[in-house]
Write a protein of this length. Structure first.
Length: 165
């Protein structure tokens, strides 16, 4: 086992039901949006631009689904996934795998006029660490929802297709 720090870490902070005013997860409804802090750290740096208006305004539905798509792409040589939502002027996020390494880039959006970020081009990481970090993150997310909103969480998770695994 290596003593090297992980190349990828993910964690959640301050989850709320998104509305005109943030509400606690206990007030979750099946069609509500959950926002909060979703931190993706690659090579010791926190990935920027994930939140709409601020770092604690990440749409969990969108990002958790996109991270699952990225994990599928990273699980196979030559895999590539681009998340280009273009919402609120966000750039596009590219996850790819070549020669056994994962790579992450923040590039110009083809939907909005958002520019890429030169500091985030082809940042290398271990794709297996990404996949494992996401598995742990999803377990944490599901556990929080089921604990704080047990009556609604199963329907919400099924609606956004996070009920598998």
């Amino acid at each position: 086992m290596s003593d090297a720090p992980p190349t990828v870490r993910m964690w959640l902070e301050s989850l709320v039901v998104a509305a005109a005013t943030a509400r606690p997860l206990a007030e979750l409804s099946p069609n509500a949006h959950i926002h909060g802090g979703l931190r993706l750290e690659i090579q010791g740096r926190i990935v920027p631009y994930m939140g709409y208006w601020r770092p604690d305004d990440v749409c969990m539905h969108d990002w958790l689904v996109e991270l699952q798509c990225a994990a599928i792409a990273l699980g196979q040589e030559g895999g590539r996934h681009v998340f280009d939502e273009g919402e609120q002027g966000q750039p596009a996020f590219v996850f790819s795998r070549r020669e056994g390494r994962g790579y992450f880039s923040i590039v110009e959006s083809e939907i909005s006029d958002a520019e890429g970020d030169e500091a985030w081009q082809e940042v290398a990481f271990d794709p297996d660490e990404f996949i494992e970090a996401l598995r742990v993150l999803l377990e944490d997310f599901k556990g929080r929802l089921l604990s704080e909103s047990p009556g609604v969480a199963p329907r919400w998770l099924a609606r956004v297709r996070l009920d598998q695994g």
